[in-house]
Design a binder for this molecule. Structure first.
Ligand code: NDP
Length: 438
């Protein structure tokens, strides 16, 4: 706190983890020096990104790459382009990424990067110019065995393509330095779907462990980007009833649930036209659009999947969810619930599936994309899906086992949170200790 007094999001993420680690540190005081090191990034790169807009005017943004921890493998974590990006945001995301990547069981360290660049309203040409300038600095710090960035908010296939093209021009290396690439030039089948599908697989495992099933359950989903879209798709595959989607302007509510046709319209609006979610009701008047509000106001749902951004569920939102009858929260976005919101869930007995476990499917398939790039051989959709399901299952079982080892009952609504923090941490701690705790 004294060192980073202004990094509110980073401190929030660290405090949440440290609270879970108390019983582990009591039992294993040898991990204390690890904790001191774990909260310090191994390297922080901040740089100027200058680019020319379509009017020929020089623009300047700030670029970041925080290489947090390399104990388990090359640094790995996404790039976010959003005006809200600060060092605190990138550090919280990078810190979370260490434990998330550890939970996947794949060899990946933790990192995150991005820029305060706002792609909204920018032409393709401007986005390309920005990406090229961003990579002109970033390329010195990354590599297939060093650091392998991916996408995150506002960084999808288009941006990964521009970034990869510039990396290749600068290095003359055609290699797996980024994940989330298009299929034709080194991407993995199911990478676009992986975070949303993985989230639903994780939810299904948790529910199965309690003798329940997603089928027929009404679900609230926030966001309408990559994670939200494929969460809804997988919920539909499993017979659940997703009823909301949103963006930063408002939400849409389909009382009787989305259907494959309706979801396809969302995908067209968001992926092809980059339109606002409010446009949806122009085609489907079965839905209502509520401006300036979040989907948590909707009554009669059992499961909530926050899939937009950090701190989108406040204490008051969480109370509304509880009052409306929500019994399970599974986080698709990173740190979408404030500390106060989590306290509300746990007091009310809401089962809480935390982001670092629930949304690890995206980075897991990024890890599988790296494996395919190394082999220079693509895997089938079934193979990737099978591995993704296996990884989400093992995240659930490892989290539960860790929580129980440290004295929590499987029925404790906070078991998944504590278990994910403990299981993710212990693996990193052991690796750091055996590498000399540097
Ligand atoms: P996208 O850019 O595809 O979509 C983001 C969505 O969230 C949009 O609907 C956007 O609305 C909304 N959103 C963004 N900022 C805000 C805000 N301040 N308030 C309200 N809504 C907002 O991003 P992703 O779907 O990829 O990412 C969503 C979340 O999931 C992030 O927390 C990300 O870190 C996390 N995540 C993503 C992974 C991935 O593989 N993509 C992997 C693991 C986690 P608008 O268009 O109005 O901005």
């Amino acid at each position: 706190r004294a060192r980073d007094p202004h990094q509110a999001e980073f401190l929030q993420a660290v405090e949440e983890v440290l609270r879970s680690l108390t019983p582990v540190l009591d039992k294993h005081p040898e991990y204390l020096p690890v904790v001191e090191r774990l909260v310090e990034p191994e390297r922080v790169v901040q740089f100027r990104v200058a680019w020319l807009d379509d009017a020929g005017v020089q623009q300047v943004n700030r670029g970041f790459r925080v290489q947090f921890n390399q104990a388990l493998g090359p640094y790995k974590g996404g790039l976010r382009f959003h005006p809200s990006v600060t060092l605190s945001i990138i550090k919280f995301l990078g810190f979370e990424q260490i434990l998330k990547n550890s939970l996947t069981t794949l060899a990946m360290g933790g990192a995150k990067g991005g820029s305060d660049f706002d792609p909204r309203g920018k032409s393709d040409n401007e986005v390309m110019k920005f990406c090229q300038s961003f990579m002109t600095e970033l390329f010195r710090h990354i590599g297939p065995d060093t650091d392998v960035p991916a996408g995150d908010i506002n960084v999808g296939g288009r941006e990964i393509g521009f970034l990869f093209g510039q990396y290749k021009r600068l290095t003359v290396h055609y290699e797996g330095v980024l994940t989330g690439k298009a299929l034709q030039w080194g991407g993995s089948l199911l990478r676009p779907e992986a975070t949303g599908y993985g989230l639903v697989y994780y939810a299904q495992e948790v529910l199965r462990g309690m003798g329940k099933d997603l089928k027929g359950m009404r679900c609230l989903v926030s966001g309408s980007g990559n994670v939200a879209q494929y969460t809804v798709e997988k919920l539909l595959h499993l017979g659940a009833l997703p009823v909301t989607l949103s963006d930063s302007s408002g939400y849409i509510y389909e009382k009787d649930g989305f259907t494959p046709d309706r979801l396809q319209h969302v995908l067209d609006l968001k992926q092809k036209k980059r339109a606002r979610i409010s446009e949806y009701t122009k085609k489907f008047n079965t839905a209502v659009y509520v401006d300036g509000a979040k989907p948590w106001a909707v009554d009669s749902a059992v499961v909530a999947f926050p899939c937009a951004t950090q701190n989108e569920v406040t204490e008051a939102d969480a109370q509304r969810l509880v009052d409306a009858g929500v019994k399970y929260v599974f986080e698709g976005a990173n740190m979408p619930s404030t500390a106060e919101a989590i306290a509300v869930y746990l007091r009310a007995g809401v089962v809480y599936g935390p982001a670092k476990a629930a949304n690890a499917g995206g980075v897991a398939v990024s890890g599988l994309e790296m494996a395919q790039n190394s082999q220079r051989f693509p895997w089938s959709k079934e193979e990737v899906d099978d591995k993704l399901q296996g990884i989400m299952r093992s995240i659930y079982t490892e989290s539960m086992a860790a929580a129980q080892e440290y004295g929590m009952a499987a029925t404790d609504p906070g078991a998944l949170q504590a278990g994910a923090n403990i299981a993710g941490f212990v693996k990193v701690a052991e690796a750091m200790l055996s590498q000399g705790c540097v």
